[in-house]
Design a binder for this molecule. Structure first.
Ligand code: ADP
Length: 705
């Protein structure tokens, strides 16, 4: 069975290796065991049920509560020439009848159904006559009343299994199952522990960041500017804020769509579809957006404010990077966010105490100094907590600490002198020395703190006050117009017993793309046109990851194109020719011949690429030989070795450089405040030195990992 499953993976999906857990799930189902797969979003659950269904005869019944996801899945299968259909309330009566008739004849390999449909006698009669390869319960947590999204109709769907003449293997798939929910699913669907596969919640391609005290609109705008060709979602807590951000971004020339529950159904649909079709790249939305949206190439999710709890945050942020490509999740935190949430909790019907506790844990996420991913995984009681992620803002220590004690004392003493009776705006005005009439009205211009921060803008001062609130040095009250009060921490700072070290995000360049972005744009454009013509979402044709690989390797023939990860024979037949044409034209238009490389044959996933290089080096091969054998550049190979060294492997770094070279590199560094690029270092050195040596010196001295 292994070889065939492998073949399907390659032919249909264009992948050489299964991701963690996939092969186990497929094997259990092929052995006719009921199976539960708990894998994170983007972990590749679809392949877990699609591969066995393609290996078996008959129709696979996929039960899914998310109507929009069904269409995406059916589109994706149809794009691979696999017969698939869905039955749900969006179908017109005639379409429904046609689909049912086709289904009755076993015309579909996949039939997606909404749980409610299973109570329909006509539907039941149809499937009783069908040969069913498997029944998959997607989003299986909805079956459990302990789940955060319990749907009673989904639970009744379980009884369908007793009505079938023969019991096919049953699968349950979910990304979010607490132990209690998992137990419930297993009991209801008769799945035993031996056939439960858990791969943990960690999403290795996501980079989490918490940013405090930023001018949020500015931050968002700058962030988007650096990622003009990428797609992202910005979540804001209220409709009003969504409208405001939407206007702001469009005014700045960023093509933006918006989505919230106050818009008409038609407007929401239009917004959603322009986002899915890549017509706009940014979506500003409340949390009403996203459920059932399976856009795999979302490169970033920004949160304008604190979400209510970690569950909501992980779900929303997790909409980034479903295709496995590196993606960013940034939470912009300010102390004020908390008021709105407290208000919502007070006015909700749920258990207030429990909600407050969850909010507190959400705030702790913003204040923790340790790895953000580890914090989340602990929160979700993940049984497989990996090492610290090495990617999040805490791991990378991307903040510069600046001593702001003096400024903090100015603010705090001003708050004190104003008798803790005013909000951030007025405090900022006093510090700035504003002529606002309210200052006169309250006689605040006579305070000794009036105008002591006149060199700063009012906006800056307000921002700083928000930072002090985020750090719980100031405590705004829970009123409609919050008043600033001092905490014990503030008192200590005023007495000079404690310092305020403000964390400021270092200006980081976004990494330079290692592929031609113009070509990527051309391929994206072609994909968009094809998608529009066929009424498909673009990423169903080829993923962003596959397009980037095409730009890196610029294949010349179908054969070469099939070597690209993510391009299988099925979609190659459908769309390959047109993409090849663009690639060939591109190559002809280049004055310098394009350095095409045969794509790296995908390595076995068990051994990471850098360790393959390391092992070869340890066996005595030279950098150049390894590079030749593995179709890499020698510099990539030496980077592999250094990465292995960072992983704790033994490596004598000094073999790569001489003492003289080390001194020369370090001398160059002394002249720079920030680490220069390798090329600059090389140019400024007074002894000859290659890049391997420079890098090795940097690693040896702990400057680079
Ligand atoms: P989930 O349903 O678990 O959120 P999907 O099934 O949508 O995840 O898969 C997410 C992405 O991962 C898709 O783009 C899919 O093509 C890709 N993927 C799945 N399995 C593999 C694999 N074995 N190798 C590479 N990519 C994969």
């Amino acid at each position: 069975m292994e070889a065939t499953a492998q073949q399907i993976l390659k032919d249909y999906y264009g992948y050489d290796t299964f991701r963690t857990g996939q092969a186990d799930v497929i094997e259990y189902v092929m052995q006719h065991h009921n199976t539960l797969a708990i894998m994170p979003t983007g972990g590749g659950k679809s392949i877990c049920y699609q591969v066995p269904a393609l290996l078996n005869q008959g129709t696979a019944l996929i039960i899914s509560p998310l109507i929009s996801l069904m269409k995406d899945q059916v589109d994706a299968l149809t794009a691979m020439n696999i017969p698939a259909a869905y039955v749900n309330s969006t179908l017109e009566a005639a379409e429904m009848e046609w689909t049912m008739q086709q289904a009755e004849h076993g015309a579909f390999t996949f039939l997606y159904v909404a749980p409610e449909r299973l109570e329909n006698p006509r539907f039941l009669q149809t499937i009783r006559h069908l040969s069913i390869s498997l029944v998959a319960f997607d989003e299986a947590h909805c079956i459990s009343q302990w789940g955060h999204d319990f749907r009673p109709s989904y639970r009744s769907a379980v009884s369908i299994l007793d009505k079938l003449p023969e019991r096919p293997p049953v699968m349950a798939l979910t990304a979010t199952a607490t132990p209690q929910v998992a137990d419930d699913i297993k009991r209801l669907l008769q799945i035993d522990e031996d056939h439960t596969v858990r791969t943990g919640f960690a999403r290795e391609n996501l980079r989490f960041q918490v940013v405090k005290g930023a001018d949020k609109e500015r931050y968002i705008f700058d962030f988007i500017q650096k990622r003009k060709h990428e797609t992202g979602i910005i979540y804001a807590p209220t409709r009003k804020l969504v409208d405001r951000l939407f206007q702001f971004l469009n005014r700045q020339g960023v093509k933006t769509a918006k989505y919230h529950a106050g818009m008409s159904e038609a407007d929401r649909q239009a917004a959603q579809s322009s986002f899915i079709q890549d017509e706009v790249s940014v979506m500003v939305a409340t949390n009403a957006f996203g459920m059932g949206i399976d856009k795999s190439n979302v490169r970033y999710v920004l949160h304008y404010a604190l979400p209510m709890n970690m569950e909501a945050y992980y779900q929303e942020a997790g909409r980034a990077g479903r295709d496995g490509e590196p993606s960013d999740c940034v939470l912009l935190f300010s102390g004020q966010d908390v008021h709105l949430l407290k208000f919502l909790i007070e006015n909700s019907a749920s258990d207030t105490q429990a909600e407050y506790q969850k909010l507190q844990q959400m705030m702790n996420y913003c204040h923790t100094q340790s790895c953000l991913q580890t914090y989340m995984l602990n929160y979700f009681k993940d049984p497989h907590i990996p090492e610290d992620c090495g990617r999040c803002s805490n791991c990378l220590n991307e903040f510069e600490k600046t001593d702001m004690t003096k400024e903090a004392q100015m603010v705090l003493s001003c708050v004190k002198r104003m008798n803790e009776r005013f909000g951030a705006v007025l405090v900022a005005k006093v510090l700035k020395g504003s002529k606002d009439k309210r200052i006169k009205q309250f006689g605040l211009e006579t305070l000794s703190t009036y105008g002591i921060m006149k060199n700063r803008t009012e906006k800056d001062i307000t921002q700083f006050i928000h930072y002090l609130s985020a750090e719980m040095i100031l405590a705004p009250t829970d009123d409609k117009y919050p008043v600033l009060t001092l905490t014990d921490e503030a008192v200590r700072i005023l007495k000079g017993e404690k310092k305020v070290m403000m964390q400021i995000v270092k200006a980081t360049d976004t990494a330079e793309a290692d592929y031609d972005e113009t070509l990527f744009e051309e391929l994206r454009q072609l994909r968009k046109e094809l998608a529009l013509a066929e009424g498909l979402p673009p990423y169903v044709i080829f993923s962003d990851a596959a397009l980037k690989e095409l730009c890196r390797f610029v294949p010349h023939s179908e054969q070469e194109m099939l070597e690209i990860k993510g391009i299988g024979e099925r979609r190659m037949e459908q769309y390959g020719e047109q993409f090849l044409q663009v690639l060939v034209q591109y190559e002809q238009s280049q004055t310098v011949p394009v350095q095409t490389k045969k794509p790296l044959l995908q390595e076995k996933q068990d051994t990471p690429s850098h360790l393959i290089s390391y092992e070869a080096f340890e066996r005595g091969s030279s950098l150049d030989d390894i590079a030749k054998d593995r179709d890499l550049t020698p510099l990539t190979v030496s980077n592999h070795l250094f990465k292995a060294y960072a992983d704790g492997k033994a490596l004598d770094l000094e073999q790569f450089f001489s003492e003289e070279q080390e001194t020369a590199v370090l001398d160059v560094l002394k002249q720079h405040d920030e680490l220069p690029r390798l090329r600059e270092i090389k140019e400024q050195m007074d002894v000859p030195c290659d890049y391997h040596a420079i890098r090795a010196v940097l690693v040896h001295n702990g400057i680079l990992e």
